[in-house]
Ligand binder design. Structure first.
Ligand SMILES: NC(=O)c1ccc[n+]([C@@H]2O[C@H](COP(=O)([O-])OP(=O)(O)OC[C@H]3O[C@@H](n4cnc5c(N)ncnc54)[C@H](O)[C@@H]3O)[C@@H](O)[C@H]2O)c1
Length: 283
């Protein structure tokens, strides 16, 4: 995010308290900064405390308020303690962003096609991405209900809605989030809780900028309908919208923030290439 932007003390999330899981890096870190920019006080939670503390320092430099809480979302005791800590610190919880995900290289390499997926990768991915998100809802919703409700946002993925050659566990965990989101919306909507999921396309965080080969980036870009791949800020802006009263009538919804990755005919790209080869710019 642009660090020259000033934190808004009267922004659309002023007075709100937000929790971001996996907020120490990547999209979670950007979402935490942007929520703070809109006036929220943000609990940056992560299995990596040092990373969460760095994000907190950045938010404080912006003029915002933040708190780092070490939380491994695979552990229910950690989540319970985190919800209690945040509620005791600021007296309320209004926003929960379920963002933490097991995306380390070891897990991704072991998370292959169904016949070859390593069961440890399946279990860890499900524990962090799906079970962890459910447990965060389980322990944060009662706190939200004490002050009249809140907004829960689940960071899902195109993998949760489409088939692919690998990352079986990741895809199933991201599909589970879509169901979890609707269950929460259905069960607690009357008590003031909204729940929405975001299907995220390919977003270049700092690490991906450097590590993903150009050829792969181009293949992915060809499948997006936008001129560029996504940026963390574009996702954070959607999160801030769903967190705010601007989205007060939006619940149980799966929002595509994927540059059109999941919304076009499979034949679009080969057709475009076909017409290019013919020397026509029709598509
Ligand atoms: N970047 C993308 O292109 C993209 C695309 C689709 C969906 N998403 C989703 O967005 C979210 C963030 O992705 P990212 O690319 O920023 O990932 P990232 O790997 O940069 O960040 C994930 C964060 O989760 C934390 N984490 C891992 N295990 C944890 C645990 N057990 N408990 C608590 N924290 C834990 C990590 O420490 C890290 O800070 C994920 O849910 C991912 O599925 C990202």
């Amino acid at each position: 995010m642009n660090m020259e932007e000033k934190t808004m003390t009267s922004g659309k999330l002023a007075g709100r308290v937000a929790i971001v899981t996996g907020g120490g890096n990547g999209l979670g870190a950007e979402c935490a900064k942007v929520l703070a920019l809109h006036g929220a006080r943000v609990a940056v939670t992560d299995i990596n405390l040092a990373a969460a503390q760095e994000v907190v320092a950045a938010i404080e430099t912006q003029g915002g308020q933040a708190l780092a809480v070490k939380t491994d979302v695979s552990l229910e005791a950690d989540i319970k303690a985190m919800a209690t800590t945040v509620s005791a610190h600021w007296g309320r919880i209004d926003v929960l962003l379920n963002n933490a995900a097991a995306l380390d290289t070891k897990t991704r390499h072991a998370d292959r096609d169904v016949c070859n997926v390593e069961i440890e990768a399946w279990d860890w991915t499900m524990d962090v991405n799906a079970r962890g998100a459910m447990l965060c809802c389980k322990h944060v919703i009662p706190e939200m209900l004490k002050t009249g409700g809140g907004s829960i946002i689940h960071n899902s993925s195109g993998f949760g809605v489409m088939g692919d050659a690998s990352l079986t566990s990741y895809a199933c965990s991201k599909a589970a989030l879509l169901a979890l989101s609707r269950m929460v919306a259905a069960q607690y909507g009357k008590q003031g809780i909204r729940s929405n999921a975001i299907v995220i396309g390919f977003v270049l965080n700092e690490h991906a900028q450097k590590s993903v080969p150009e050829e792969i980036k181009q293949i992915l870009l060809d499948q997006h309908l936008t001129p560029t791949l996504g940026s963390p800020r574009q996702i954070a802006d959607v999160v801030a919208f769903l967190a705010s009263d601007e989205a007060s009538f939006v619940t149980g919804h799966t929002m595509m923030a994927d540059g059109g990755f999941t919304s076009h005919a499979p034949s679009l790209v080969p057709m475009r290439q076909f017409f290019e080869r013919q020397g026509s710019n029709k598509l």
